[in-house]
Design a protein around this ligand. Structure first.
Ligand code: NAD
Length: 257
């Protein structure tokens, strides 16, 4: 039975992914702020290090799978917190757990990014240099100083950077024998989306964000894609971003892929 670590396991896409992975035969170790096997806070370096220590202690330093789903939306204040969780909560765990995954059986990892990752290209991402340098303080200052635009910048900028971070690791992880991919959901019916709908700054944009399929996703539809990418049927899929967005990305960027 593969042992798979899953962040954001307590809610939304993460909770659906926990159920789907368990149904596919994984032993899942969930990480979240509360209601999880390991309770920890991915928004600070100290919190991330504490989570890593607990993971290594619980698994004996061997992991077969890693799914990084924990994330915050653009409505969160301060906006810098979304950057800390969405970017550093991913790259610190990826880099900290690669040695454990290298020792696993048919190891694989999936990062839950977003369709928003493609809407702010790296070349125009104001957070790119700070995040590439691992400068959490500077990235936080940029978004917290951006006024009303800070939330959207934090969300799209961190999701763009996290997809880039995965793609930049493709050679190292490939040589280590660990497959690594991202899933990019469109609008999914979760508490995160509901929180955005209740915020007057974002409600209209979310309502207008209608995919060609004409509806939002159920979290189970994202979870099914994660399970596919984690499993043997995806054995040659590495370094890719799989959009699960009802056609949104193709509609917005038909000539870019
Ligand atoms: P959600 O709010 O239902 O779940 C997110 C989980 O992350 C929660 O359980 C929360 O407690 C956890 N989390 C937040 N901050 C944390 C921290 N500091 N430490 C540990 N855990 C923390 O949201 P969701 O919609 O299921 O989102 C899951 C992922 O999917 C996120 O990365 C989100 O950006 C991404 N996503 C969601 C949508 C959508 O429309 N819902 C679209 C694209 C991408």
């Amino acid at each position: 039975m593969p042992t798979t670590l899953l962040t954001g396991s307590a809610s939304g896409i993460g909770a659906a992914t926990q159920a789907a992975l368990q149904a596919a035969g994984h032993r899942v170790i969930g990480v979240d702020l509360r209601n999880a096997d390991i309770c920890g806070d991915l928004s600070s370096s100290a919190g991330r290090q504490a989570v890593l220590q607990q993971v290594l202690a619980q698994t004996g330093g061997v992991l077969d799978g890693l799914v990084l789903c924990a994330g915050l939306g653009p409505q969160v204040q301060p906006a810098s917190k979304a950057v800390s969780v969405n970017y550093f909560g991913v790259v610190d765990l990826l880099d900290g757990l690669l040695p454990a995954l290298e020792k696993g059986r048919q190891p694989a990892a999936v990062v839950v990014s977003s369709v928003a990752s493609a809407q702010l290209p790296w070349e125009r991402n104001p957070l790119a240099a700070a995040l590439q340098a691992g400068d959490e303080v500077q990235a936080g200052q940029i978004v917290d100083g951006a006024g009303d635009k800070g939330g959207q910048l934090a969300y799209a900028g961190s999701k763009n950077a996290v997809t880039v971070a995965v793609r930049q690791r493709v050679r190292t992880w490939g040589q280590a024998g660990v497959r690594l991919n991202t899933v990019a959901p469109g609008a999914v019916e979760t508490p995160l989306l509901q929180a955005g709908l209740q915020d007057t700054r974002y409600a209209q944009a979310i309502k207008d964000f209608v995919a060609p399929l004409g509806r939002r996703a159920d979290p189970a539809e994202i979870a099914a894609t994660v399970v596919f990418l984690m499993g043997p049927q995806a054995s040659f899929v590495h370094g890719t971003q799989l959009f699960v967005d009802g056609g949104m990305d193709a509609m917005v960027r038909p000539t870019q892929f």
